[in-house]
Every structure is written in structure tokens, then in C-alpha cells.
Design a protein around this ligand. Structure first.
Ligand code: GRF
Length: 265
């Protein structure tokens, strides 16, 4: 083995490292552009960047909950889930945070006696606030009760009443919702449950999905925090599409809530 051949071998090692570290990610990026995974890819890279201390924080998505100074007083972050349906999302969120030190599901708020979510609350031993139209729309919107319970974040999961201005003022950027379609399409008043899925199918969409967003004073209008997609099949009915959407909701809503309530570094 002479010196020259050792050098040549090192040259190949350097070329190999160069190909792996530069060409490979570049190829993945190109492929991701064609297969609709670009957003996922950029988010993934962003997350790695943040882990190693470079890149921007998700400041527009992050709620001002539990920063270091607050940590002693505001952890766990208290979440109120507003729901008036079956409560499958509420159940997933409750399960996700069952052993959490940082998040506590402190309250279920419901406007429908007999709703499935109330049985879930009873089973899970979570206090319930059953609300009435008059006080909600024309009274204090239960803001005092929520403040008294030190609620940090309101999570809407199948809650159909519009959120009154008063609550939005008291909980600015601390109310989030999940919508079973890709906003800004297929949102607004009357767009809930199977009405959404029927509209998606009628419009001949080839994909639908979920949108998690902040709540402002218009239906389904606030800043988008997260979206995930799924295919709409030719054979889909509103019910079959709803099942696929529910799976997406269950997979992502708890994780996004966790991300939003993470104490700032
Ligand atoms: C979900 O599809 C959600 O997107 C919408 O209401 C539905 C609630 O379902 N806002 P569940 O009661 O959690 O099963």
C-alpha cells in the first residue's frame, strides 16, 4: 500500500460523505415536491433545526402558556374541552394527557344534556359545566367560571355554538378548534358534521383533511395552526369520509395540543 493509494481511499471517503450529506437530502427534497410531502419535509427539517438550537421557534403557533417564569404557578396547564357530541376527540385528548405533569383536562363544557361526551366526563371523573344559551350568548359567556377554574386553554372538539366575543377577549389566542376539512374551503356557518363531507364530495374534491386553528369572531376563520390531508375516494359517502377524517383528528389533535402547551425553553 503506497501513500498515494491511501490518499485515494480518503478521497473516496470524502466523496461518499459528500454524496450522503448533500445529494441525498437534496434528492429527498426534490421527490417530496412531486409527492405532496413538501410541507411535511420543511416542518421536519425545521423541527430538527429547533432541536439543535438553530431556526425559528413556532412562535405564531405557540400559546403563551407555561413559560419558564410561569412554570411554578401555571403547570399543569388547565384545559377545558368544549364538546356537545359523541366526544371521541375529547376521549383521545383525555387519554393522551392522563399521566401528564404539564397538562390537565380540568373541565368539560357542554351545551347538550345527554351528549355522549358527558358519559365520558363521568367515567373519567372530570368536572362538567353544562351551559345555557341565555347566559352564554347574552350574559358573561361563563368567562368568570372559566377564569375561576384557572383555565389556560379552551379546546373545541365538536362544539357547535359560536364563541362569543367576550370569551375571545378573555382568552385571546387561547381557544382552538378542529374542523373536519381543509379550511378555508368548506367552513363557515352550517358547515359541520356530514354537511362538510357531503359538500366536499359534491365539489368533486380528490382530497380532504383536518384543520386545527385559533378561534376568532368568525366561524372557522382564525389562523391555521395545522392541517393534515387524506384522499377522497370515488366510492366515498359522507359517512366513510367522516371515518377517515376522524382517524386523522384522533392522530393529530392531542399531539398539537401538547405542542401548544409545551413550556417555552
Ligand atoms: C369532529 O369531526 C370535529 O372535527 C368537529 O366535530 C366532530 C366531533 O366529533 N368539530 P367527536 O364528538 O369528537 O366524535
Amino acid at each position: 500500500m503506497n501513500i498515494l493509494s491511501i490518499e485515494e481511499r480518503w478521497l473516496w471517503v470524502i466523496i461518499y460523505i459528500g454524496v450522503i450529506t448533500i445529494l441525498w437530502p437534496f434528492s429527498v427534497l426534490i421527490v417530496s415536491l412531486f409527492f405532496g410531502q413538501y410541507r411535511f419535509f420543511t416542518k421536519y427539517i425545521g423541527r430538527i433545526g429547533r432541536r439543535i438550537g438553530i431556526g425559528k421557534n413556532l412562535s405564531n403557533a405557540k400559546l403563551p402558556i407555561g413559560n419558564k417564569q410561569q412554570a411554578t404557578t401555571q403547570i399543569p396547564a388547565n384545559i377545558a374541552i368544549f364538546a356537545s357530541g359523541a366526544g371521541s376527540n375529547a376521549q383521545k385528548i383525555i387519554d393522551h394527557f392522563k399521566n401528564s405533569d404539564v397538562v390537565k383536562i380540568s373541565l368539560i363544557v357542554c351545551n347538550k344534556p345527554g351528549a355522549g361526551v358527558l358519559a365520558i366526563a363521568a367515567k373519567e371523573n372530570i368536572p362538567v359545566l353544562l351551559i345555557e344559551k341565555e347566559k352564554y350568548f347574552h350574559g358573561n359567556a361563563y368567562a368568570d367560571e372559566l377564569k375561576e377554574k384557572k383555565i389556560d386553554l379552551i379546546v373545541l372538539a365538536g362544539f357547535l355554538w359560536k364563541i362569543p366575543d367576550r370569551l375571545i377577549k378573555v382568552f385571546p389566542r387561547k381557544i382552538i378548534n378542529i374542523h373536519p376539512a381543509l379550511l378555508p374551503k368548506f367552513g363557515g356557518k352550517g358547515m359541520y358534521g356530514n354537511f362538510v363531507h357531503q359538500a366536499v364530495i359534491n365539489a368533486g374534491e380528490i382530497e380532504s383533511g383536518i384543520t386545527i386553528h385559533y378561534v376568532d369572531d368568525h366561524y372557522d376563520n382564525g389562523d391555521i395552526i395545522f392541517q393534515a390531508r387524506c384522499a377522497v375516494l370515488e366510492s366515498d359517502t359522507p359517512e366513510s369520509l367522516a371515518r377517515r377524517i376522524h382517524l386523522l383528528e384522533h392522530a393529530h389533535y392531542p399531539a398539537i395540543i401538547e405542542e401548544l402547551t409545551k413550556p417555552a425553553e
